[in-house]
Design a protein around this ligand. Sequence first.
Ligand code: MN
Length: 312
Amino acid sequence: MSGPATPADVVLGGAAGPVSRSGRVEITDSREAEVGAFRVRRALPRRDRRSIGAWCFIDHMGPAVVTEDHGLDIGPHPHIGLQTVTWLLDGEALHRDSLGSEQVIRPGQLNLMTAGHGVAHSEEATGRYRGRLHGVQLWVAQPDATRCGPPAFEHHGGLPRVELSAATATVLVGELDGARSPAWRDTDQVGVDLDLRPGTTVLPLRRDHEHGLVVFAGAVTLDGARVGPGHLAYLGTGRDEGALIATGPARALLVGGVPLGVPLLMWWNFVARTREEIVDAYLAWHNDDGRFGTVDSPLPRITVGAPPWRTR
Ligand code: MN
């Protein structure tokens, strides 16, 4: 489910995108992309929207049908400077990484991998699950304090839930309405799954956060704007709440955070600040020099051509 970011997604530095302070909801279309064997809808990054808080990548994946032996089929690949947040609505997938983690993830559970200076992972079929697979993977840009630090992996088998007026909210990352996720955070951001029933839900928001909403199934109206799968709805800072109306069952993801304030440099599976850092990471993976370790996976290692600006 992870990456990579491509030139079609933006992504070579620049501003963080237009800032909405007017209270109006901005709707952006996601880009259809292929990741491994899957079609995904990439809500972030987009040319006109690079990040929401520290969230810098949102891939809504599936639903699609997988077999015991074929699913995501994403072979070992490297990351730097980001956390991957994996959340499934349906199905099962297997995560392996260069820290030696081997973890099946199921709906209601969270996989959180911190890349720091470098980690590699694969995303595979489980060897036993057949059926629908539907989920999302997000990236969180790490701050300077930790982005060159050690990698880590966490699996959370259960997460706190909050009952809102017409929705059950599961807090993946951060805090909502007093419920706090145990997932590690380096920055002040929130990610919440919303299982919506028909009716109106008033989402408690933080004024210092900007927010985004992605719909996985069904449709909702957010402060008057209709949002369905394939859209990103963006709300700027300065709001205490957002009114979400569903006329039938719907499923959505709310993300938010303090605006980053620094431009990110994203290329392939790397989040950095300079081209030099990206070239270093590219060469380390290309030369398999040990920086990213080894993933015990039956799938082939994924490679990529050099960054276009590479001079060494
Ligand atoms: Mn990945």
